[in-house]
Design a protein around this ligand. Structure first.
Ligand SMILES: *[C@@H]1O[C@H](CO)[C@@H](O)[C@H](O)[C@H]1NC(C)=O
Length: 648
């Protein structure tokens, strides 16, 4: 899917040989100081400690700064330096030292710069006056995270995910620059598109996260160091100075982020059309996501599938259990080539990837994030629907999607809307250009971790909180009560039971009410069926109305917001109390009520209890032995109703 308009972009890597090398004649090494611009954020530079030179008048740019003294790494270095009083508004040299992330950054007003407060960022820095200590030499060139262009010319520089920077080696004072080793400059030409998707779309992505620019985990620096070791000409010189960088970098938690317990399959585009360079950007993106999302056994686990003609599992969900291990694994992925058969890949993950043998944890929602360059070469609608119905939440990240002229080439129009279950934008991230992909890291991580909103994969069998309200009055009798329990067990048997799927709670009532067990008290099927079997027959009067109110208070009040609340009342006689008001009250709370009457049950009460239309929610059998006939009927109706409701 090649793009319409191509613009040439020059990237200059300024590969200077270090001016800091001591040579015999010059005992005092000169410190070369790379210049940065006002908008340069500390997090963009993958060094633990470095020196930079800020230009004048940064205060006027009002670049954002978060914190006081210690700043979140998304802050502008120069403005943080002005805020701290390290430089004035006329610019100057600043030494930056990276630090661990903090739980809170407090904003303040200082030296004419208003810094903001920010909770919980993963990396910090402090600034000090740009005078290197005796014997300490800082890198003469900055290393960016990840390795990326340092100078970009484009018609729309604002849309690029990084700032435009020209590292300039400052000529040592009192020494003509011609005597210094000449800088080696490499120009790399890469195409980027300027054929834009509507601005609004890009805007949406931006707004999804307050500060999408930069968010590196605390370990980033050390990782970059490891991966660059031996290949980066600056790294060895820097390390040789004897700085103990690793000591400042906190350890990764292999437990992962417990607030993001999801099993994620990333489907990466390996088709030929994507090209080598974009494939690399895609890998960098996945590396970033893997670092930000904080992978671990008690948090998110991720695997990667590369698709082309056919999908191939690069690694399963359980293969790597920390962000640290994922980074080199992702970097090593080799492009396979072929078409962009996304539909085929979705069928593949549905049938093979999310298996227990592959590390599918069951208790964690399944998420598939599909990265698409342009558009797929096959149809995705059917495969997506089947995947969603088996519980997979599908996200589409489309990069450089079809523009107006290209739409005619697309196999399936509006393929994203057809593939995701909600067209409200939550499950789709359209990215204007490959260079803007990086901005999607934060919004994407936020969205895939928002487990309360991962309800699109919900089906009629896994999306419910079901309360059975069982008549235990004397008229039922022990034998029939066992039949009722068998009926409850048979209905329960059909649902997917877990804490994140369908949950079941049971109330038995006579004149009084008894909570047999609450939602989630037994959250696997075997335990639940056992608990149902163990319920003891109570025997007594029949107060169905009070029992409904009791179920509302004891069970539905603890229902999760994304669950469908279903109540199934089973009774064999007329109630001593009024059922109408209690039934109305639970209907108003969004409970879908079914009534099952046996033998002496009163038809009018069954209809009061049931949600309208009654014929779909109210059943009557003349004897207990015929109850079994309604197992499939009730499942069928629950599913029918679920499927007929709008999903958007
Ligand atoms: C429950 O299921 C079993 C096994 O299918 C069946 O024999 C029994 O009649 C069913 N009972 C009720 C009450 O649904």
């Amino acid at each position: 899917m090649s793009k319409a308009t191509l613009t040439t972009v020059f990237i200059a890597f300024l590969l200077t040989s270090s001016g800091a090398k001591p040579n015999g004649k010059n005992k005092k090494p000169k410190q070369a100081v790379p210049a940065i611009e006002c908008d340069m954020r500390a997090g963009k530079i993958s060094l633990s400690e470095f020196i930079v030179k800020c230009p004048a008048n940064c205060r006027e740019t009002k670049e954002k700064v978060y914190g006081t003294g210690v700043f979140a790494s998304i802050s502008s270095i120069c403005n943080a330096a002005i805020h701290s009083g390290v430089i004035t508004n006329s610019g100057g040299k600043v030494i930056v030292m990276k630090m661990a992330g903090q739980a809170i950054y407090k904003g303040s007003l200082a030296n004419g710069v208003r810094s903001l407060s920010l909770p919980n960022w993963r990396e910090s820095f402090s600034v000090s006056v740009g005078k290197p200590k005796q014997g300490v030499t800082y890198p003469s060139t900055l290393v960016f995270v990840p390795s990326r262009p340092t100078t970009v010319k484009t018609g729309e520089p604002k849309d690029l995910p990084y700032s435009t920077v020209s590292p300039v080696t400052e000529a040592p004072e009192a020494e003509p620059s011609s005597t210094a080793a000449p800088p080696t400059t490499t120009h790399v030409t890469i195409p980027i598109t300027t054929s834009a998707k509507p601005r609004a779309t890009v805007h949406k992505v931006r707004e999804a996260a307050p500060a999408p620019e930069e968010h590196k985990p605390p370990s980033e620096t050390s990782h970059t160091r490891e991966s660059l070791a031996g290949s980066n000409p600056f790294e060895s010189g820097f390390s040789a100075q004897g700085h103990d960088l690793t000591a400042r970098v906190p350890e990764l938690m292999s437990q992962g982020d417990p607030n993001c317990k999801v099993d994620i399959a990333f489907l990466m585009d390996g088709s030929w059309s994507i090209g080598k360079r974009r494939f690399k950007i895609q890998k960098d993106f996945l590396v970033d996501v893997s670092q930000v999302i904080n992978v671990g056994v008690a948090g998110p686990m991720m695997g990667i599938i590369q698709y082309g003609d056919d999908p191939v599992t690069e690694f399963s969900l359980k293969q790597f259990s920390s962000s640290k291990d994922l980074k080199p694994a992702i970097s090593k992925i080799v492009q396979k080539g072929g078409l962009s058969n996304v539909g085929k890949a979705l069928s593949y993950i549905n049938q093979h990837f999310f298996s227990d043998a592959n590390g599918n944890r069951g208790g964690a929602p399944n998420v598939a994030v599909v990265l698409v360059d342009g558009w797929p070469t096959d149809k995705v609608e059917e495969a997506s629907r089947l995947a969603r119905e088996s519980g997979i939440n599908i996200f589409f990240v489309t990069i450089e999607g079809p523009d107006e002229n290209e739409k005619q080439n697309v196999v399936e129009t509006n393929f994203v809307d057809k593939a995701v279950c909600r067209t409200n934008g939550f499950f789709s991230l359209p990215i204007k250009s490959w260079f803007a992909l990086r901005k999607a890291v934060q919004p994407l991580v936020k969205q895939v971790c928002d487990t309360d909103r991962l309800v699109c994969s919900k089906t009629c069998l896994n999306a419910n909180d079901i309360a059975f309200v069982i008549d235990g009055s004397s008229s039922v009798g022990t034998g029939n009560f066992r039949t009722v329990l068998q009926f409850v067990a048979n209905v329960t048997q059909e649902f997917e039971i877990s804490d994140t799927d369908t949950r079941v709670g049971i109330v038995q009532y006579t004149y009084e009410q008894r909570l047999e067990f609450a939602f989630g008290q037994h959250n696997n099927k075997a335990d639940l069926l056992n608990a149902i079997k163990r319920i003891n027959y109570w025997s007594g009067g029949t107060s169905t109305g009070a029992a409904i109110t009791f179920a509302a208070d004891q069970l539905f009040s603890k229902s999760k917001p994304n669950k469908r609340k279903i109540m199934i009342v089973i009774t064999d006689g007329r109630s001593y109390d009024d059922v109408r008001a209690p039934a109305l009250a639970v209907h108003r709370k969004g409970v879908i009520a079914y009534s099952i009457g046996i033998a002496w049950a009163a038809q009018d009460e069954l209809e009061y209890i049931a949600t309208d239309p009654d014929r779909d929610h109210s059943f009557f059998v003349d004897e207990f032995d015929n109850l079994y006939k309604y197992v499939s009927k009730i499942i069928h109706n629950i599913c029918n109703e679920f499927n007929s409701q709008p999903r958007n």
